[in-house]
Design a protein around this ligand. Structure first.
Ligand code: RFL
Ligand code: PHB
Length: 389
């Protein structure tokens, strides 16, 4: 069997790339190791940059997002028990959209199914080969039978633990990594959000985040130890810890309820260089990870997709050179989002080993931030997302 592009992974990167390529008339097959329900069950990102919103619009999957998504024009940072607002719209002229990754993925899956585009779920033992030649191929086991697909290109949209990056010879790739000494414990609950806007909280007991999915569904996080067992965190213990980290008046307004999802995510900064290996490209979490503090992961995945879609459609239209720029173009934007996510993580969390000096630096930085229009603008322009160049 042959197609033009084989896409490994049916997360947001793989599905969005498939949708855009199909709209440019480029045949593609998506190969996913899990079931569609499993993919939809992973609760992850919540904040979309305007460039991501625009790309979903271009892909023809923005209708429900525009109806149900919540445009946000500001965000709050809480420090020393005081809430401070960053006026995103006033400082940058831009807003962000609160619309869950689950919903983005569902919209993309529905559009793919409606267009009748080939998708293989529950594909086992996926193997990528020949990407250093002109005849790359992907094979997988489906219902016990090995199937082989030839293509012009392979898009590695298979996340941090995927097979594509792992198939590259060690000498051909450089990995940059920082692992943080804590995780985020997240709870999803059908309760109204405590505030109209997101609140990022710096507290001596550790970071907390009040986020949301809708007017009736909230997403909250507290910084936790890396070796914490999620089963040992009862709902009551979670709400009590969150309340301790919020200002008294905010804690008093918090509506609690039964969790519908609870999980712990480790925090990591990671970049693989380059992102192209012959006819195989790494896209999204397969090539880089950011800690979730800046809300950049899904948005970076979307910008990688935009660059690769342009490069591949350019190639089929006869302009063969653009494909050579994919890696450097994507990495230039990735490193800036890595910097912002690392900075915001460093500013907002309790670090076990930074001592009183580290704590004083965080306090001075926060104090400066709220006294300087320039500093707030720097935060705001990174939060709403840097332009696609
Ligand atoms: P995904 O979503 O991991 O999808 C990869 C897919 O590939 C499949 N796969 C394979 N398929 C075939 N063969 C193999 N060998 C395979 N190996 C893996 C997997 O099953 C999966 O379906 O990567 P993708 O598409 O690049 O998307 C990236 C985003 O999911 C990620 O960056 C964001 O969720 C990060 N993130 C956030 N990003 C934002 O932009 N804004 C946010 O507010 C935000 N909040 C978050 C987040 C991530 C979090 N966690 C849990 C890490 C909050 C959290 C808590
Ligand atoms: C979320 O709603 O899950 C979320 C929002 C903002 C972040 C991270 C996660 O920075």
């Amino acid at each position: 069997m042959k197609t033009q592009v084989v896409i490994i992974g049916a997360g947001p990167s793989g599905l969005l790339l498939g949708q855009l390529l199909a709209r440019s008339g480029i045949a593609n097959t998506v190969i996913e190791q899990r079931s569609a329900d499993y993919v939809l069950g992973r609760i992850r990102a919540g904040v979309l940059e305007q460039t991501t919103v625009d790309l979903l619009q271009t892909a023809g999957v923005a209708e429900r997002m525009h109806q149900e998504g919540l445009p946000h024009v500001g965000v709050e940072l809480c420090f020393g028990g005081q809430r401070h607002r960053i006026d995103l719209l006033g400082l940058t002229g831009k807003r962000v959209m609160v619309y869950g990754q689950t919903e983005v993925t569902r919209d993309l899956m529905d559009a793919r199914a409606a267009a009748g585009l080939p998708t293989v779920y529950e594909a086992d033992e996926v193997v990528v080969s020949g990407f250093d030649s002109a005849t790359p191929s992907v094979s997988y086991l489906k219902d016990g039978v090995r199937v082989e697909l030839q293509a012009d290109f392979i898009a590695g949209c298979d996340g941090f633990h995927g097979v594509c990056r792992a198939s590259v010879p060690a000498a051909a790739i450089t990995l940059h990594e920082k692992v943080y000494p804590f995780g985020w414990l997240g709870v999803l609950a059908d309760v109204p959000p405590v505030s109209d806007e997101l609140i990022y909280v710096q507290h001596e007991r550790g970071f907390a985040l009040c986020s949301q999915r809708s007017k009736v569904r909230s997403r909250y996080y507290v910084q936790c130890a890396l070796d914490d067992d999620v089963a040992a965190w009862s709902d009551d213990a979670f709400w009590a810890e969150l309340k301790r980290r919020l200002p008294t008046e905010t804690a008093a307004q918090l509506v609690t309820g039964a969790s519908i999802e609870k999980s712990i995510a480790p925090l990591r900064s990671f970049v693989a260089e380059p992102l192209r290996f012959g006819s195989m490209f790494l896209v999204g979490d397969a090539g880089h990870i950011v800690p979730p503090t800046g809300a950049k992961g899904l948005n970076l995945a979307a910008s990688d997709v935009a660059y690769l879609w342009q490069a591949i459609s350019g190639w089929y239209a006869g302009s063969k050179a653009e494909i050579d720029h994919y890696s450097s173009r994507a990495l230039a934007r990735i490193w800036k989002a890595e910097r912002f996510s690392w900075w915001m993580t460093s500013l907002m969390h309790k670090f076990p080993d930074s001592g009183s000096f580290g704590h004083k630096m965080q306090m001075a930085e926060m104090d400066y931030l709220f006294s300087s229009q320039a500093a707030m603008t720097v935060l705001a322009e990174n939060y709403v997302g840097l332009p696609l160049v």
